[in-house]
Write a protein that binds this ligand. Structure first.
Ligand SMILES: *[C@@H]1O[C@H](CO)[C@@H](O)[C@H](O)[C@H]1NC(C)=O
Ligand SMILES: *[C@@H]1O[C@H](CO)[C@@H](O)[C@H](O)[C@H]1NC(C)=O
Length: 376
């Protein structure tokens, strides 16, 4: 009978409401981000469906040898167009510009971060650039700090950067700029000869969040076997998204600062034996695509055109397809959704995609946005 026990229905409801409020206030708004490659001529900022994202990152800007941003007119026009377009969309999204990127001069960042004067020049110029073009923040994609000394300097850079951002917010009376960084999938480079670990203490204090690049675990550098390049689990190694994300948390990173990378592209191989088409099967070369990379749109086209067999592998939580001797490892809406579930279970802040323009009719982006309900 209602109300006759020691805990009444009303009390139960109260407990439920209190715990629900606790959950809601404990989790900050989610991050549903994506990088926009600025060289994607066939996918302008106006083509972005902003209902599916909270933050869009312009990829990339690079400082000059003086560590300042010297922006040519054509780039300036593109930056203004980017921020203006994304501010006018309904709903508007926040914009950041990402500094660096894969394949850029990592030693430039190492030199800049090693010296107080060059750090200041870089920081001041980065804030001026954000304000000049109307960005909401900056993202540093230094791939990668090479040794413990670089990591130490990175921690100092973040601290000085945050101080300058706080100062800028005070003097301009505007919201502080966001500061994020794209980082390795794991907190340390446990596979490399030169061991080094990201400065978690400084990230916790000074960054809004980090974008952990949970992909590219396998690729054209190893043509001897196929691989799930963004596997959630790997039964044979620690090269997996679950290991990487947990390593960050184990090292003390606040969960609210952790954002999981999801790829909107696949990696291809040519099978050694078309009848052996599992994850880890023998291969002899990269398959179709530039350096064996196909965007998700292209993967779907390949699958359709060739009537490829599609497999959802539950051990790794990844998707692969094969036709003849071509094998493709990727994520589709199903494997991406399972990863979203994993991320929410872990209590992290959100996810990001590399990259805009690679999805097929927003299939993965839409499914991911629907599935991520934590903090909404
Ligand atoms: C951005 O550039 C596109 C293509 O050149 C143009 O159609 C659009 O009007 C521009 N938007 C803004 C806000 O400048
Ligand atoms: C994975 O990492 C853990 C420590 O984090 C270690 O104990 C284990 O041996 C590693 N496994 C493999 C397969 O390398």
């Amino acid at each position: 009978m209602v109300g006759s026990g020691s805990t009444t229905y009303f009390q139960l409801l109260n407990i439920l409401l209190i715990s629900l409020t606790g959950v809601v206030t404990a989790s900050p708004p989610p991050v549903k981000a994506a990088y926009w490659p600025s060289w994607s001529t066939d996918f302008p900022p106006s083509a972005i469906d902003t209902t599916l994202f909270t933050h869009i990152l312009y990829a990339f800007l690079m400082p000059s040898s003086t560590y300042k941003f010297e922006i040519p007119t054509s780039t300036a026009l593109q930056l203004s167009n980017f921020t203006t377009t994304l501010r006018r969309t309904n709903p508007p999204v926040k914009t950041l510009y990402s500094i660096g990127g894969g394949g850029t001069d990592s030693h430039l960042f190492a030199r800049m971060a090693s010296n107080a004067k060059s750090r200041q020049a870089f920081i001041i110029s980065s804030i001026q650039t954000a304000r000049r073009f109307g960005f909401d923040g900056m993202d540093l994609d230094w791939e990668f700090p090479e040794n413990p000394n670089d990591m130490q300097n990175l921690g100092v850079l973040f601290a000085e950067w945050r101080r300058a951002i706080v100062h800028d917010a005070k003097t301009t009376r505007r919201a502080p700029l966001l500061l994020t960084a794209a980082v390795y999938f794991a907190v340390d480079f446990f596979l490399d000869e030169t061991y080094r670990k990201f400065p978690v203490w400084s990230i916790n204090q000074n960054l809004d969040w980090i974008n952990a690049m949970c992909y590219d675990y396998h690729g054209s550098w190893d043509t001897s076997r196929t691989g799930a390049h963004a596997a959630l689990y790997d039964p044979t190694s620690n090269i997996s998204t679950s290991y990487g994300l947990r390593s960050w948390i184990k090292a003390g990173l606040l969960k609210s600062k952790l954002v999981m990378g999801l790829p909107l592209y696949g990696k291809t191989w040519v099978l050694k034996d078309p009848n052996s088409h599992e994850i880890g099967s023998g291969a002899v070369a990269v398959g179709p695509g530039d350096d064996g990379v196909l965007t998700y749109v292209e993967v779907e086209e390949f699958n359709k055109k060739n009537g490829a067999e599609i497999v959802h592998d539950m051990e790794t939580v990844s998707t692969y397809s094969y036709s003849g001797s071509v094998w493709v490892g990727y994520d589709d809406a199903i494997s991406a959704t399972l990863k979203i579930g994993f991320g929410q279970g872990l209590g992290i802040r959100g996810y990001f995609f590399w990259a805009l323009g690679f999805d097929s009719d927003w299939r993965i982006s839409r499914q991911a946005s629907r599935a991520w309900i934590l903090g909404e």
